[in-house]
Every structure is written in C-alpha cells, then in structure tokens.
Ligand binder design. Structure first.
Ligand code: TMP
Length: 234
C-alpha cells in the first residue's frame, strides 16, 4: 500500500491518500492538545501506543459485529482505514460522572450514573465543539434522524462491549468520545479509541490513566499511556 499526499492534518493524526481511492492511511502523532488546542504538548510514544490500542479495540469490536473504518495496522504509527465522510458530530458516552458533566451538574466526579448517558456535540474547532440536541443535528443538516438513531444504537452497543472489555483489564471506562462516518457499506465507527479520547481509571485505585493527566498536569503521562497499552495489547 503506497502512502501518497497528505489530505488532512488534525491535532493528533494525519490522513494520507493511498493508491486505492477507497482507502486512507491514518498516521498517529505524539502531539497532544487540550482545551480546544489552547494547551499544546507532546507525549512520548503516544502515536505508537494509540495506533496499537485503537487497532486492537477496533478488531475486538469488529469480531463482535461492530463495523468500523479499520482495515489493518500497517506500521507502528500507521493504520489503513476505509475512506468515509465524517459526520460532524462527537458522540460522548458516559458511565460515571467526570469532566464537563461534573462541571455542568455540580455533581462529584466518580459517581456512577444510574444509566448510560449519550451526549451530542457539534464537531467544530472554531465553535469549541458545543453540546447540541438531536433536534439541532437534524435542523442544521448535520445528520439525519435515521443516522442519529443508528449512531446512538451503535454507541450503546459499543459501550456494552467495551465496559466489560476494559474491566477485565483492570480499567474503569468512565467516558469516551466516538465519531462515525458515512460509507457505501453504511455507517462506520471511525477516528480512534485511545486514552486521548477516553477517560480510563485504574479499577482499584481510580488513578487516571488517560489524557486528563496531560490536561491537568498530573505527571506520569507517558507511564500511564504505556500501562494502558500493556493492559490492552500485551
Ligand atoms: P468532557 O467531559 O470534557 O466533555 O469529555 C468527555 C469525553 O470525551 C472524555 O473521555 C474526553 C473526550 N473528549 C474528546 O475526545 N475530545 C474533546 O474535544 C473533548 C472535549 C472530550
């Protein structure tokens, strides 16, 4: 598979064209940003760790019948993916209170939610990804009602699979962000599933093992990313 020109560079990944029109190479960088890129830095080996973690999780989900853009891991930092049209919606799935939900509700971080909460954000860097309702998604033409219903169904299925998957590996799946893409074969889970876009806590100690360590300068960032890699990939 030949890597051709760069078609998109985001905060943590780069997309390259390939000699197959339907396939792209997703390259994982060590760069990290937080708070809509107001905070910038790098996390050593993050690109390799996230590429490996995401590859293993997409393969696990595929084996359980959840279709994604993942085709195969090509190298340490390169993943071959199907070309999709990304739906401009960030779907956040929450099992425990943390982050912006703790702020918005005044409830303590770490409280278990009585049921899984799915939230919708309009994916827009200039606007800072504002939270929206399903009605906004339809009215502003970002996703149809049918797409939103399918996305929610898949997101809840992903959660049923991933919460016990992480628990078996000593990790509490607190919350995470999913993205979806339109493809000729239907809706596909896209982007990545990594410690950048998930809150992952040690099951016993509740120590944070994800990007919150970078966001809030908690130290031992690389060590915790590596530990997630060890528990998921080793
Ligand atoms: P939040 O509590 O800040 O709304 O974040 C919820 C989850 O979504 C958390 O696991 C981190 C992830 N997330 C991203 O992947 N990208 C983002 O831009 C934000 C704000 C959150």
């Amino acid at each position: 598979m030949k890597r051709l020109d760069k078609i998109y560079e985001g905060k943590a990944k780069i997309l390259y064209r390939t000699d197959d029109d339907g396939l792209l190479i997703q390259y994982f960088k060590d760069d990290a940003t937080a708070f809509n890129a107001k905070k910038k830095g790098t996390i050593a080996d993050k690109g390799a760790i996230n590429c490996a973690v995401s590859s293993v999780i997409f393969q696990f989900l595929e084996a359980q019948g959840v279709k994604s853009h993942f085709v195969k891991q090509l190298s340490e930092r390169e993943m071959l993916v199907k070309r999709v049209e990304i739906i401009p919606v960030e779907v956040v799935v929450r099992n425990y209170i943390a982050g912006s939900l703790a702020k918005r509700t005044g409830r303590p971080e770490g409280e278990k939610l009585p049921e899984t909460l799915v939230e919708w954000y309009y994916k827009s860097d200039p606007l800072g990804d504002p939270m929206v309702t399903k009605d906004h998604l339809r009215i502003f033409g970002w996703a149809s009602d049918e797409e939103v219903a399918a996305v929610e169904r898949i997101a809840r299925r992903v959660n049923e699979l991933l919460a016990p998957y992480f628990e078996k590996r000593g990790i509490l799946l607190v919350d995470y962000k999913l993205e979806f893409g339109r493809h000729a074969s239907g809706l596909l889970l896209a982007d990545e599933i990594t410690p950048d876009g998930c809150r992952l806590w040690d099951l016993k100690t509740r120590e944070k093992m994800d990007k919150d360590r970078f966001r809030f300068d908690l130290g031992k960032v690389e060590e915790n990313y590596r530990e997630v890699y060890r528990r998921v990939c080793a």
